[in-house]
Ligand binder design. Structure first.
Ligand code: MG
Length: 397
């Protein structure tokens, strides 16, 4: 079997890849939403993989893996990897989880980092409590819910004098610096309000940065010890930060019993080694659609497990094909797996153009692992074609 073409289009907000072969099998994958600029980057790799046997996933990956970087520049390589596994599974007539070593679990746990209700610009404690209540009532019955606070929320701009820095508009979470006493107190009031709503039934995780300084991170982590917060994510680095800073994370992690979490922007296993070997965090959250793919996630999970570190993969913007990839790989992770961040299909019509997902997808915060070959999801071509952008009308042909 040989790769004869690599195609990329944008469906809704998500780049979608198709690897075409000479045996009538195509592999599909999806990159994170909002990366609509990715198509030329994806096509850059075509000449490097044409003529290769897509079933030799690792051999193909050795040709392209070095030519990538931290989020968002690992997304194209990651999506190609997932499309290769889709082909390999279809060609063998088995679900991808079998090729990754088989199932450790028949259903995978998911958490809510994506089923959202608008806060309408409010950042006060009551708004956080009301919003949390709505998320708790959503039918997926999520076991735990993650909410943004501090620099990963509207607080820097919505709370006057939240930090000593000048609030920065737009961009990829550009705010950073020292929190004021007022800012810290506001943040804690919001956390306490959400915690009260969650009670003992639903866990609360918090996405915090990037951009906090180490002393503020330690102060927040210690204040959360009595509040039973599941984890504090990306306080120092994180989303769209092209470096790791393991030593700073280690200082925070060593000074608290609250779980410290990072990793969604990190590309490749090599860049997790220092975090893991130094035990710089308690939980890591790589995204297979940014880190280099699902086999990369599996490798990091195994290495983390050797060091007593837990796994909670990121996935919020990965779409429905990304959801399928997360289900396949998370079925195979060792028992350091907690849950992955559940991606939804947006716009809503994504659910009309994909076949193979369970209905409902999530029951009691879990997804049953399906047994169809490859990633196990396919496009309903007649329904999907009408969402192809102008100029890409032949994407499925
Ligand atoms: Mg995050």
């Amino acid at each position: 079997m040989k790769i004869t073409a690599l195609k990329c289009t944008v469906i809704g907000d998500n780049p979608v890849l198709r690897i075409v072969t000479d045996e009538g099998i195509s592999g599909y994958a999806q990159a994170e939403s909002a990366k609509t600029y990715l198509k030329p980057h994806v096509m850059f790799y075509e000449k490097l993989i044409l003529g290769e046997d897509p079933r030799d996933v690792e051999r193909v990956m050795t040709r392209i893996r070095r030519v990538g970087a931290f989020k968002p520049w690992g997304a194209a390589v990651s999506s190609i990897e997932m499309a290769l596994w889709d082909i390999a599974g279809q060609a063998a007539g088995v679900p991808v989880y079998r090729l990754l070593g088989g199932k450790v679990r028949d259903r995978v746990c998911v958490y809510n980092g994506n089923v959202r209700f608008p806060m309408e610009g409010r950042v006060d404690p009551q708004a956080h409590a009301d919003n949390m209540q709505r998320m708790i009532e959503s039918p997926e019955n999520f076991r735990f819910i993650k909410q943004g606070i501090a620099f990963h929320s509207g607080m820097p701009r919505g709370v006057d004098g939240f930090s000593y820095g000048e609030p920065q508009p737009g961009g990829f979470h550009p705010n950073r610096g020292l929190l004021t006493g007022k800012g810290f107190a506001h943040m804690m009031a919001c956390i306490e309000a959400m915690r009260a709503v969650c009670g003992t039934a639903v866990g609360l995780a918090l996405d915090c940065g990037p951009g906090m300084v180490v002393p503020d991170a330690i102060k927040l982590a210690r204040a959360c010890e009595a509040l039973d917060v599941m984890w504090l994510e990306d306080m120092i680095t994180g989303d769209y930060t092209p470096y790791v800073l393991a030593d700073l994370y280690r200082e925070v992690t060593r000074s608290t019993s609250t779980n410290i979490h990072t990793g969604e922007q990190i590309y490749l296993r090599q860049n997790f080694v220092e975090l893991i070997e130094k035990r710089a965090v308690d939980i890591i959250g790589p995204d297979p659609a940014d880190m280099g793919g699902i086999a990369e996630l599996k490798w990091v999970a195994e290495y983390a497990d050797l060091h007593g570190i837990l796994m909670a993969p990121h996935g919020t913007g990965d779409g429905l094909l990304g959801l399928a990839a997360l289900v396949q790989v998370c079925a195979t992770l060792p028992t350091n797996f907690i849950a992955f961040e559940y991606p939804t299909g947006r716009p809503e019509w994504w659910y009309d153009i994909i076949d193979g997902l369970p209905d409902p997808i999530v029951t009691d915060s879990h997804i049953e692992v399906w047994d169809r070959p490859g990633m196990g999801v396919t496009f309903r071509l007649n329904a999907a074609r009408k969402y192809l952008p102008e100029g890409d009308g032949d994407f499925f042909d």
